[in-house]
Design a protein around this ligand. Structure first.
Ligand SMILES: Cc1cc2nc3c(=O)[nH]c(=O)nc-3n(C[C@H](O)[C@H](O)[C@H](O)COP(=O)(O)OP(=O)(O)OC[C@H]3O[C@@H](n4cnc5c(N)ncnc54)[C@H](O)[C@@H]3O)c2cc1C
Length: 417
């Protein structure tokens, strides 16, 4: 059977490794951390995944935590009145929630990746704990039929050239700060169902709140995305998790008091439940050329790393893994050559391009027609419904989001005007 090496045990690498294994390939998975190190390590993401991505996991029967993880039935949007936080209290100009057609879920990657890695080994997969270097890959590209690099935003990305034509930003656009907490109350507007709450503070940044399943059971995530250099960009160098949480709460009290009101009793899930960082959104050429002439194919974040503002990276990783798995199986015994690698990536880019376009648009200052659209959703439930289901299928934003004429025509079609 054909031998495939997968380097990096995240959403895409593990989903691919387990999927290939179930198709009978001889798979080696290389991870720079053991399952236990992942499980007891720092949180990595907020990893909210929508229905289409979750379905890829169900298709491979990898939805081990589906019955335990909270079902996220909606997405809510709140927009603060610009400048109302000064002197405060900050007020809401827009506030609504739309229902998802299929629920979303967030399973802490520490739980999922550790569990999947153990499953891969139990099913007879070869697990190698080693941080791969380019020189290792040079050797392995000669001994495996295919080498897939799914090592996220780590150092191995340097093998894949930046695609400037698809990467409008060369600097990070948001400073990220995550806290996993127990004890958050429900949003009083919908105590009977869970939703991802997106709170936009114009000119300052965004606060996302969502339920998750973590190592200690159900929890919620408080996730600030701050415009660099602004008042939310204060987490750099904060090492103490308690200080990280109190900063998070202070900012909530000032900028999103409606969310702070339900957060007064929260405590961190664990000492590793905070994360801070930033990165520049970057699209890369999918084929890495090794010094010895071998070729490797980049997967998910290695080749398409968007800012998490739209909560799409894990979804995209699942979609990328599903697309690559199909291309590998369809290739049969034919070589995994350069042409096949490019076609395989292009197949993924068919969906990924919509994620990149929408995410990059959300990082900028929203134009008037987008503000009108988000405002109209508060009065028009079909608009709220369409908008939030775009998180599952960002390609739909082409129809009503980017161009003022299309937004107007869409709103007119809903109101009958
Ligand atoms: C703060 C934050 C919030 C986010 N929220 C969401 C969200 O709500 N929804 C969503 O869909 N996405 C979200 N994302 C994005 C999402 O987490 C990533 O896009 C996704 O995890 C990418 O999957 P991946 O498989 O490409 O890489 P990763 O999940 O990064 O996995 C890569 C793995 O490779 C390992 N590795 C690295 N280098 C090496 C090496 N040399 N050798 C061996 N192993 C190596 C790493 O340790 C890691 O385990 C968020 C990201 C961040 C930072």
């Amino acid at each position: 059977m054909r031998k495939i090496l997968v380097v990096g045990a995240g959403q895409s690498g593990l989903q691919l490794a387990l999927g290939l294994q179930s198709h009978g390939y001889e798979v080696t998975l290389m991870s720079n951390r053991t399952a236990d190190e992942i499980r007891t390590g720092r949180v990595m993401s907020t990893q909210c995944m929508f229905d289409t991505a979750l379905q890829h996991e169900r298709d491979l029967q990898l939805n081990f935590w589906e019955s335990q993880a909270p079902k996220i039935e909606g997405v809510g949007i709140s927009v603060a009145v610009p400048g109302s936080f000064d002197p405060g209290p900050s007020q809401r100009a827009i506030d609504w929630v739309g229902k998802l057609d299929g629920y979303a879920q967030s399973v802490d990657q520490r739980v999922k990746m550790a569990g999947w890695m153990e499953t891969f080994a139990q099913r007879g997969g070869q697990l190698v704990i080693h941080g791969a270097a380019v020189s290792d890959l040079d050797y392995f590209s000669r001994t495996y039929d295919l080498v897939l690099v799914s090592a996220g935003k780590g150092e191995l990305v340097s093998m894949f050239g930046r695609d400037a034509s698809r990467s409008p930003y060369s600097e990070p656009q948001r400073a990220l700060a995550v806290s996993y907490v127990h004890g958050l109350g429900p949003r009083p507007e919908h105590p009977d169902f869970d939703a991802v709450r997106c709170n936009l503070v114009p000119g300052v940044g965004e606060l996302f709140i969502m339920p998750t399943l973590t190592t200690s059971g159900r929890a919620d995530i408080l996730f600030w995305e701050g415009i660099p250099g602004g008042p939310l960009d204060v987490f750099n160098g904060v090492k103490d998790p308690a200080e990280h949480l109190s900063l998070t709460l202070e900012l909530m009290e000032r900028f999103t008091p409606w969310e702070y009101a339900r957060a007064t009793k929260v405590e961190l899930t664990d000492a590793q439940g905070t994360l801070a960082g930033r990165y520049a959104p970057t699209i890369r050429n999918p084929i890495g050329r090794l010094p010895g002439g071998g070729l490797v194919l980049g997967v998910a974040d290695v080749v398409v790393a968007n800012d998490p503002i739209t909560g799409q990276g894990s979804n995209s990783a699942a979609k990328c893994a599903a697309a690559y798995l199909a291309s590998i199986v369809e290739q049969g015994d034919k070589p995994f050559d350069e042409e096949w690698m490019q076609v395989t990536f292009d197949r993924y880019w068919e969906t990924a391009q919509h994620v990149t376009k929408w995410t990059n648009a959300m990082l900028g200052v929203p134009p008037e027609h987008v503000l009108n659209l988000i405002g109209a959703a508060g009065q028009l439930p079909p608009v709220a419904h369409r908008f939030v289901n775009g998180f599952d299928n960002p390609a739909d934003f082409e129809n009503f989001f980017y161009e003022p004429e299309k937004t107007e025509a869409y709103l007119a079609s809903v109101t009958g005007a």
